[in-house]
Write a protein that binds this ligand. Structure first.
Ligand SMILES: NC(=O)c1ccc[n+]([C@@H]2O[C@H](COP(=O)([O-])OP(=O)(O)OC[C@H]3O[C@@H](n4cnc5c(N)ncnc54)[C@H](O)[C@@H]3O)[C@@H](O)[C@H]2O)c1
Ligand SMILES: CC(C)CCC[C@@H](C)[C@H]1CC[C@H]2[C@@H]3[C@H](O)C=C4C[C@@H](O)CC[C@]4(C)[C@H]3CC[C@]12C
Length: 369
């Protein structure tokens, strides 16, 4: 592939480029976008690994910044051809206040859109979430659904509400005139639960299992299925969308796409065991011992404790009424929209994704929780 200065002329900006998904997007762009001239990585917290990327043919510019600050966003966006907006506050555990979640996820996204409009950037790819759809507050299952499946998307929790609002803003911005008179082309990608190298919740479950003597206790029936998607494939989808948006603007502009691959449908816990099992953990079946009402009681107690302790310390366990409801509701996606619209095929097979994730968990072994 040609690597001359003439072929390298595009400037990309990745917000949240040092997060779990963002790092994979950054690395994928460097590997798979030969037209890249400059890659701007914008994040509240910059990772030290960025340094090693600065020696390659692409100019990697690390920008420490906050998406809630419009002027910082505008300065980062100015001159970029494409913005991939993955920055977000992913909090379903009550670590941050609802106000902060809205500020980052909604106001941050508004700032990104306005910066594109003001500076003349035409292509915006937004990382949305399956949670924009569901599971809803009624716990209705979403079974093998696609982007057009009717579903009552009603939420109360700040995270899904903020993602839904931000997604709507991004889609409504499609077609707006940007500085220079051309139109903005936007689209949104909705990953289901992402897994892979760098997945913090997987790390937490692994360390919890080690603390419990190599065991994890099943809490959710194995019949409750979830779709999961490998981080490398989610990153690949972002890169492909960014590459195809210009040529296929009429088809892809204003569209949403679920992120999917060949990962099997399983319960959240059984799926995690695909990686934690080979690393020495086992899942102990306690369905008969821990009925759902007891789990709900524990989850509610956790929420109460969180509220009571808030003035003194942050108590934010994995189990709360919201996470229990999500874990206990089937949400599976079956679609080929991304393949039809922009030729997406997963870059990593299920076997590859599994092997890579297991290797990463094994490397996490022994590291501090
Ligand atoms: N992890 C999942 O399973 C999942 C599933 C669906 C969608 N998503 C979405 O994918 C995106 C990335 O999620 P992730 O799992 O990589 O989370 P993450 O927390 O690892 O990454 C988010 C990044 O955004 C940065 N960030 C947060 N607030 C910021 C701010 N004010 N200004 C600038 N940067 C800020 C963080 O520092 C972090 O590096 C999010 O938008 C999330 O909603 C994640
Ligand atoms: C009942 C407990 C023992 C198990 C708790 C598991 C719980 C922490 C897990 C289950 C499902 C997970 C969510 C799901 O994979 C999808 C998403 C969408 C994404 O946008 C953000 C992360 C999130 C909400 C996962 C968070 C962790 C959940 C709730």
């Amino acid at each position: 592939m040609a690597d001359s200065a003439e072929t390298r002329k595009l400037v990309y900006l990745v917000t949240g480029g040092c997060g779990f998904l963002g790092e994979h997007v950054v690395r994928m762009l460097l590997q798979r976008e030969p037209r890249l001239y400059e890659l701007r990585v914008f994040d509240l917290h910059l990772g030290p690994w960025l340094e090693e990327l600065k020696t390659g043919p692409v100019q990697v510019t690390a920008i420490q910044g906050d998406v809630t600050q419009a002027h910082e966003v505008a300065a980062a966006v100015a001159g970029a051809h494409v913005v991939i907006h993955t920055a977000g506050l992913v909090d379903v555990f009550g670590r941050a206040s609802p106000e902060t979640i809205y500020e980052v996820n909604v106001q941050g996204t508004k700032n990104v859109i306005e910066a594109c409009v003001q500076t003349g950037t035409r292509f915006l790819v937004y990382t949305s979430s399956m949670e924009v759809v569901g599971p809803n507050i009624k716990g209705h299952p979403f079974y093998r659904g696609n982007e057009d499946t009717p579903y009552e998307a009603i939420h109360r929790h700040p995270y899904p509400c903020s993602k839904a609002q931000a997604e709507r803003l991004v889609l409504e911005a499609n077609g707006r005139k940007v500085h220079g008179g051309l139109s903005l082309v936007t689209c949104a990608l909705r990953p289901t639960g992402i897994y892979g190298e760098g997945h913090q919740i997987m790390r937490d479950f692994y360390h919890q299992g080690l603390r419990l003597g190599g065991r994890l206790f099943r809490a959710i029936p194995a019949s409750v299925e979830h779709s999961r998607v490998y981080v490398g494939n989610v990153a690949w989808m972002h890169v492909l969308v960014a590459q195809e948006l210009e040529q296929r603007a009429a088809l892809m502009g204003g569209q949403v796409y679920f992120c999917y691959d060949e990962s099997p449908y399983k319960s959240y816990e059984d799926f995690n065991m695909e990686f934690l099992g080979p690393c020495g953990l086992r899942l102990v079946d306690t369905r008969l011992l821990v009925p759902y009402w007891l789990l709900m009681l524990l989850a509610t107690l956790n929420a109460l404790l969180q509220w009571l302790l808030r003035p003194l310390l942050l108590y934010a366990p994995l189990l709360n009424p919201y996470t229990l409801a999500v874990a206990n509701t089937t949400f599976t996606v079956s679609t080929n929209k991304a393949q039809r619209h922009f030729g997406y095929k997963p870059l990593f097979s299920w076997e590859d994704s599994r092997t890579r994730t297991i290797r990463w968990v094994q490397a996490v072994e022994g590291s501090a929780p």
